[in-house]
Ligand binder design. Structure first.
Ligand code: ASP
Length: 358
């Protein structure tokens, strides 16, 4: 059996180790890996509505001839590094204990490999750590303390991710009513007013998903987030779960999601979007079908409005290997997504199942 690591590999990779958050060029695309997607001359990037700057950066890297994974990760790093974005990386809103815990996943279509971290503390770029998990372990997902130890082993520097602004918002939440948290009393699926409706009135969501196709037809994606604000410590959402918040199949396309992660965990949604595209649906149709699947499975009364519709939102973003793209959400409010087609980088309208003001 061929050893997992030869001495030459070891010397080659240790030379690059210790780089911490410095983004390494993608080293794993060997000649032997078949890439059957058509060759793109311009590249394509699709992202959540907060991803204009990320898409710009990703496209620049893709157009230089680099792997899409290099591009999409460098793109989302801009938001992870931004202390003013309170939903991703540094400055993200903390969990119920006032600790920022980050989730992220990356997936590389040409090699069908992925890496992810859940509930990672003190490291502002979980997307890069996720990539290290993919490239430097035999695993796909590391969480909590183990993920932090692994990041430190690779030279990532610990820092306090809780900004003053986020700390003050957490204190305000902490000082408010006790039904404003995610701990629930025992309840039946028929009960409506369980645990209060505070998520509807407070800003608790935010995540970036960014998908790209490079000039070689390689498809990759990344999803990164600080997750739901004030979550139960240790809660892991959909973002680091391959198949829930992100999925890539180089023979089909890619999909990712933002919004209520629990709904995606219960429906393997991003994998479903890719499967719908495999069955011949367009990216938009596939995203709409995933939204509908969530609606059909949303049986708990506390998660429904008075007409039985979800009282939360989930958004999907998708592209296929032919360069078609689309997005859909359950609710129309904020139903936008970013597309960089190699020439223009702009916000597009997404489809939605329900009009928000209805
Ligand atoms: N999907 C993320 C999560 O559930 C949150 C979000 O997209 O805003 O952690």
């Amino acid at each position: 059996m061929k050893p997992f690591f030869t001495r030459r590999d070891f010397l080659k990779t240790t030379a690059a180790a210790g780089a911490g958050s410095a983004l390494l060029p993608f080293v794993s695309r060997g000649k032997s890996i078949p890439i059957s997607s058509p060759r793109y001359t311009k590249g394509l990037v699709v992202a959540s509505a907060n991803g204009l700057r990320a898409a710009q950066k990703a496209m620049k890297i893709i157009q230089s001839g680099s792997d899409a994974l290099d591009g999409v990760i460098a793109g989302v790093n801009i938001l992870e590094d931004d202390p003013n974005d309170m939903t991703i990386g540094l400055g993200g809103l903390p969990n119920a204990d006032g600790v920022v815990e980050l989730d992220a996943s990356v997936m590389h279509g040409p090699t069908h490999r992925a890496g992810a971290v859940g509930a990672l503390q003190n490291i502002k770029n979980p997307s890069i750590v996720a990539r290290y998990v993919m490239e430097r372990t035999d695993h796909v997902l590391l969480v909590g303390e183990g993920a932090l130890k692994f990041a430190k082993m690779h030279g990532f520097k610990e820092e306090n991710l809780l900004t003053e602004k986020a700390r003050k918002m957490w204190v305000k939440w902490k000082e408010s009513l006790s039904d404003q948290d995610d701990y629930l009393p025992p309840h039946s699926i028929e009960e409506k007013d369980v645990g209060g409706d505070w998520r509807g009135v407070m800003h608790t969501y935010g995540t970036i998903n960014c998908l790209g196709i490079d000039l070689h037809g390689g498809i990759s994606g990344v999803t990164t987030t600080s997750g739901m604000a004030y979550k139960v410590p240790g809660r892991v959402g959909d973002s680091p779960i391959i198949g829930a918040g992100l999925f890539v199949d180089n023979e089909v396309g890619a999909a990712g999601s933002t919004g209520r992660g629990e709904a995606n965990l219960l429906n393997c949604s991003s994998a479903m979007v890719v499967e719908y595209m495999r069955q011949g649906k367009s990216p938009t149709e596939a995203c709409v079908m995933a939204c509908q699947r969530i609606v059909d499975h949303n049986k708990e009364r506390r998660l429904q409005d008075n007409r039985g519709r979800p009282n939360f939102d989930v958004k999907f973003y998708a592209l296929n290997k032919n360069g078609a793209y689309g997005s859909a959400s359950i609710w129309s409010a904020g139903a936008k997504f970013v597309v960089h087609d190699g020439i223009k980088n702009e916000l597009h309208d997404a489809s939605s199942l329900y009009k928000s003001e209805e």
